[in-house]
Write a new protein. Structure first.
Lengths: 142, 405
């Protein structure tokens, strides 16, 4: 691990977060906490009748990595479909961040993906244990 | 399996006791440790000692990875569906207590738990505590040959029976219980099954999915690993429903002054800084056992058991407890010499450098059932040889001589 983690764009996204805020009556909503450090993120998503993401916001606090990742993923997902969201994986997030993430910081980087997936899967009617097993499969479990 | 080569991996086996080479036959109490396990312990303390889970720094990252790696190794070793089904405790007893507190205390007054007279105290005493909450305790008996009286289950089971707690292998009789059959009986009646596997997992291939048990408990120190680490295996859907065992650090997700959301399974059940060093070294023990192969270990011990049963039964006035058929039992042999207390037997054997156990063997109800006060017990592991058994037989003859029998 080196200081490369804190590149200009990471600092920019974390200090000037995009899509920060809340949405009234969201179609997808989930709040997740990283039990290791207490970082928390809450996502709000509006979908149109074709399950296209028309509005996406987040709020929460945490480290530069988790906040930058949240900003970036919301930007990326706007206009995409719920299916696209479900197809997102860890690789995609790493590509968005464009930096190497040490194992100890993975949970920070993937917290927003985890929360959004939890929101999407619960919308699809998955039960709690199924949800957790699905996330474990994708390497997003705790 | 090359026993001579294996013996060289265990530094303690070079020791002399009372001027004689050590012959260690107390493996059912605890096993000896190979160099690889001792190295894993010291390497952790020398190279990457740090607390796990919350650290961002390198040492913590390495410690966390090594700690969680053992969980994965155990999960594979017993063929659990996922490593999330593996909880670290301090020993088998604590693992059973975890089930008693987190599952047993959620039972209703009038519910029933069935244990057996064959159990170690650790699989009786925790369930007795539930009697304070109106839970009824029942016991399956044994047959005269030291096997479990399986037909008792159907007689004891009622619609209120919620848990069957039974040992896989008796720490006194060496009996291997027909655990799959018990599992079938339990589940047919909608009852959960807890298996005390302290004497089985170290000595034979155990597959939790094949047995289909709901809970299984065992200890690191009986399987070449360090003391201070036990394992509770439990089906994940049960763990998700169960209440935490101990409360505090590391088992939390979010804490405010008056309430807490708990961490995910399995960490929900691992409060406080865990036994990091010993868990990591336990991983080295599993690796060592896998390298030798559990099938080979079981075969080796079965040969030793056959040999020992044959030799010991030739000693006059020596009574052996448990099944006579070596295929029904494992390398745990309890016995008594007529009119000589087992403590005296053990003392004289100790003079010969031979370590055995003597006393009630943590199974007082079973002693009572066998109509004895105590017993002597020799128990084998992968590093024991037929020569060890010959020495044991010679020493037992010496005991008889000392007592003029």
């Amino acid at each position: 691990m080196s200081y490369d983690m804190y590149q200009e764009n990471i600092l920019d996204y974390s200090q000037n977060p995009r899509n920060k805020g809340t949405i009234e009556n969201p179609d997808l909503h989930f709040r997740d906490v990283n039990p290791l450090c207490g970082d928390e993120l809450e996502f709000f998503v509006k979908l149109d009748k074709n399950d296209k993401i028309t509005e996406i916001k987040f709020q929460g606090s945490g480290c530069a990595i988790s906040q930058a990742a949240a900003s970036m993923i919301t930007e990326e997902l706007l206009g995409k479909s719920m299916k696209d969201l479900i197809n997102y994986d860890k690789k995609r997030i790493l590509k968005l961040l464009g930096i190497e993430i040490s194992p100890a910081r993975e949970k920070c980087a993937f917290l927003s993906l985890r929360a959004l997936k939890l929101a999407a899967y619960s919308k699809l009617g998955k039960k709690e244990l199924e949800l957790k097993e699905k996330l474990d499969e994708e390497g997003l479990g705790y | 399996m090359n026993t001579n080569k294996i013996r060289r991996d265990f530094p303690i086996l070079k020791r002399r006791v009372n001027g004689k080479p050590l012959i260690y036959l107390d493996n059912a109490a605890t096993s000896q440790k190979p160099e690889a396990v001792i190295d894993a312990l010291t390497t952790y303390y020398k190279k990457y000692n740090a607390n796990v889970h919350r650290g961002i720094h390198k040492l913590s990252e390495e410690a966390t990875q090594a700690y969680e790696e053992t969980r994965k190794k155990i999960s594979k070793f017993i063929n659990a569906k996922s490593e999330k089904e593996i909880i670290f405790t301090k020993n088998t007893t604590e693992a059973i207590n975890l089930v008693m507190y987190s599952f047993g205390m959620q039972l209703e007054p009038g519910d029933e738990v069935i244990s057996s007279v064959m159990e170690h105290h650790s699989n009786i005493v925790p369930w007795q505590f539930l009697q304070n909450f109106g839970i009824k305790l029942k016991f399956v008996d044994i047959n005269e040959d030291g096997t479990l009286k399986i037909e008792d289950y159907e007689k004891l089971i009622t619609p209120h029976t919620k848990l069957i707690a039974v040992t896989h292998v008796s720490n006194v009789l060496g009996t291997i219980n027909p655990i799959k059959e018990i599992s079938r009986i339990a589940h047919k009646n909608n009852i959960l099954l807890l298996v005390d596997a302290a004497q089985s997992v170290p000595h034979m291939e155990v597959d939790v999915q094949e047995i289909d048990c709901d809970f299984m408990a065992f200890s690191s120190h009986k399987m070449l690993g360090p003391t201070g680490v036990g394992v509770l295996y439990a089906k994940r859907e049960l763990l998700e429903r169960m209440k935490p065992f101990l409360y505090g650090g590391d088992m939390i997700r979010e804490v405010s002054l008056y309430e807490t959301k708990y961490n995910e399974v399995p960490w929900k059940f691992e409060a406080g800084t865990p036994n990091i060093a010993d868990v990591i070294a336990f991983g080295a023990a599993i690796e060592y056992l896998e390298k030798i192969g559990m099938k080979n270990i079981e075969k080796h011990e079965r040969e030793l058991t056959k040999y020992a049963l044959k030799k010991l039964s030739k000693i006059k006035n020596l009574e052996i407890y448990g099944p006579k058929n070596p295929n029904q039992r494992i390398g745990v042999i309890s016995f008594n010499l007529k009119n000589i207390h087992p403590h005296d037997v053990a003392s004289i054997l100790d003079q010969e450098g031979i370590a055995i156990r003597s006393g009630h063997l943590c199974a007082q109800p079973l002693m009572k059932r066998l109509n004895i006060q105590a017993a002597a017990r020799a128990s084998f592991y992968l590093y024991n040889t037929k020569k060890d058994i010959d020495k044991l037989v010679q020493a037992l003859l010496k005991v008889k001589k000392v007592f003029k029998q």
